[in-house]
Write a protein that binds this ligand. Structure first.
Ligand code: HH2
Length: 278
């Protein structure tokens, strides 16, 4: 049966787009991590700075203050999962790795902080390189690609992969991510999902993060003949549909807020595609 990895989201922020403020207290974040691990998460991705469209940057001290107690508590809890830090700052990545994180999830693909590549290379951490057009504050203001969005994202990821390898990060430690919703229209997101196999051709595992994103609210609303996008708590069906489709197109890692339903959907998809009567 084809393999996949589930990455559960633990947002320690006041302003994340779907769960801002819910897990800001370290004990709530730890409990959420426990729940996601019990539901089948292989990785917990701890983020202390929102990257939602329009989000304002967070100062280093504040990001450390939010992330570190949670990272330390999760590392000490013996949950049997890998820990990932969702950050663009090298100092946060270094502290998180020190506390037990094994993965750096950098939505700038090593462009945000000149020290980030060296931190990942010298610690031997794994990393996720994600495509983003622009920066979170402005990325959804009429995103535009001169050419074909899939070709552009593919070329970007290829260039970032080569950069990371030149910086001393072993290729087998790198995963790539098209950055669904990061400087993308509905049409861009759909093209990237439909043609994900073209990104898989880069030879690295592909991580996909569609969970609760706006385009799912838009499509979900259309299904019901509604004008306004469905709210974030009604985007699970769309999340599962896109995870299954992305899996069929070759994606291997799924970043989701709700792990149990994704685990079920992907188990069914894998058994079906395996065709082995599993
Ligand atoms: N999406 C978000 C954050 N980090 N990292 C990767 N690699 N891929 C993604 O698609 C991705 C990501 C946005 O989701 P969330 O963390 O729930 O929201 P916020 O950034 O508002 O905290």
């Amino acid at each position: 049966m084809a393999q996949y990895t589930l990455m559960g989201v633990v947002n320690v922020t006041p302003d994340s787009f779907s769960d801002g403020g819910r897990f800001l207290a370290p004990e709530d974040a730890l409990e959420q991590g426990r729940i996601l691990a019990a539901e089948g998460a292989d990785i917990l991705d701890v983020g202390a700075e929102s990257t939602r469209p329009g989000a304002e940057p967070v100062e280093l001290e504040e990001e450390l203050r939010r992330a570190m107690p949670v990272m330390e508590a999760l590392a000490g809890a013996g949950l049997g999962v890998e820990l990932s830090i969702d950050t663009t700052k090298a100092a946060v990545a270094a502290a998180a790795i020190d506390a037990g994180a094994g993965i750096v999830n950098d939505v700038t693909a090593l462009r945000g902080d000149p020290e980030m590549a060296a931190v990942v290379a010298s610690t031997g951490a794994r990393c996720c390189l994600m495509h983003m057009l622009g920066e979170p504050r402005t990325m959804q203001h009429r995103p535009h690609y001169d050419g074909d969005v899939v070709d552009e994202v593919k070329a970007f990821l290829e260039e970032r992969l080569a950069f990371a390898v030149r910086a001393g990060i072993a290729e087998e430690r790198i995963v790539l991510d098209p950055g669904i919703g990061f400087g993308k229209t509905l049409a861009h997101n759909l093209a990237l999902l439909a043609r994900l196999d073209e990104l898989c051709a880069l030879g690295r595992p592909i991580l996909v993060g569609t969970s609760r994103k706006t385009f799912l609210g838009v499509l979900g609303a259309r299904a019901h003949g509604l004008e306004d996008p469905l709210p974030t708590d009604r985007r699970l069906p769309g999340t599962l549909a896109t995870c299954v489709l992305a899996f069929e197109r070759g994606a291997g890692i799924f970043r989701v807020h709700e792990v149990a339903p994704a685990a079920e959907a992907l188990a069914v998809a894998a058994a079906t595609l395996g065709g082995d009567g599993a």
